[in-house]
Design a protein around this ligand. Sequence first.
Ligand code: AMP
Ligand code: GLY
Length: 426
Amino acid sequence: MKILVVGGGGREHALAWKLAQSPRVAKVFVAPGNAGTALDPALANVPFDSVPALVEFARTESIRLTVVGPEAPLAEGIVDAFRAVGLPIFGPTQAAAQLESSKRFAKEFMRRHGIPTADWGSFDDAREAHCWIDSREGRVVVKVDGLAAGKGVVVAETTADAHAAVDAMLSGNAVGSAGARVVVEDCLEGEEASFIVMADGAHVLPLASSQDHKRLGDADAGPNTGGMGAYSPAPVVTPAVHARIMREIIQPAVAGMVAEGTPYTGFLYAGVMIDAAGNPRVLEFNCRLGDPETQPIMVRLTSDLVALLEHAITGTLDTVAAEWDRRAALTVVLAAAGYPGAPRKGDAISGLPAAAAHPDVVVFHAATARDGDLVRTAGGRVLGVTAIGDSIRQAQRAAYAAVASIHFDGMQYRSDIGHRALARRG
Ligand code: AMP
Ligand code: GLY
């Protein structure tokens, strides 16, 4: 069968790589893809990403299954458009995707369904937001209401920083129209984990746990990014924490969406903060897989992803389980000069074959483009060097050994991916 993956980042390369391993798959198309998906003979890039063009392509190519990576086409209604013409697709409808596309919607939804999250207020008036901030005792976090590609959140160190973030967002200068409204909330303490499930409207199948590294610099310093590295499993998600996240967050969310007439189908990602007592609280919902989290997760998945997706589309996820490699996987993101602000494009990348030749390593491409025989950087997060090993430490060693083979001008990466897991496990 032929499969279509929508998107062009590291998440989509990892998805397409995994889907192509299924014996039932003849070809995986990636729209628009990147240099990595172009170079893999099992994959083929298709050069467009508008929803009408994708519907047309899926129809003429008789695509049996479409999987959507990024949030933007989901928020635009790609799932509704495919379903309207009877094309099988896995993802949430536009209405369900509001769990990510509007932070206020997500916060109100959590309030309605008793899902634990930080106390918050939502404002389009700067003066009211300033008053709310002044009424809080501890630190606060300021978020734009709409989608901002991971850049619409300021974890304010001081009250003055919080006030400044409100002004910058509501003035429209920081993130444009996504910032016409802000959500301001208490800063939660603890350790963050990414908890991702597949949902078929009624049932859920949890994927392996993972942990991301949101800050640009070592020791979690510097600005927030889309994610500088990840690993799976996340030791902070103990069996007890796993059970609580399912019971207190995932199940009420899926039941709540049914109750509100917008059953949730697709990957559902809860970013959770777990405090010292093991209480999980939601930082955010995403209506998609995480990036880079998908990269270590796909490397550990031993089940046939096509079969899981078919169960998800037919509403039978309760009849399957996902099998995981017991080893750990870890991804180091290599980012371009200037990321996360204004990444520089066009730097030539060397050493990719040498990196891929390392044992237990896969180099997923994110923002890369082919230029004749060269591969060049084409955006912020350029590559995800992913390794599997008997422990987080071994996966980390293997990943960084491969990273050492790769070079491009201005390359930035963290040298401590996995540090929280290592602090727990040694
Ligand atoms: P979000 O896009 O809402 O997940 O925010 C991006 C990142 O900001 C999260 O992954 C956290 O690291 C941090 N963050 C967001 N909200 C909070 C909060 N209430 N308390 C502490 N950190 C937060
Ligand atoms: N890595 C975080 C995200 O995908 O939202």
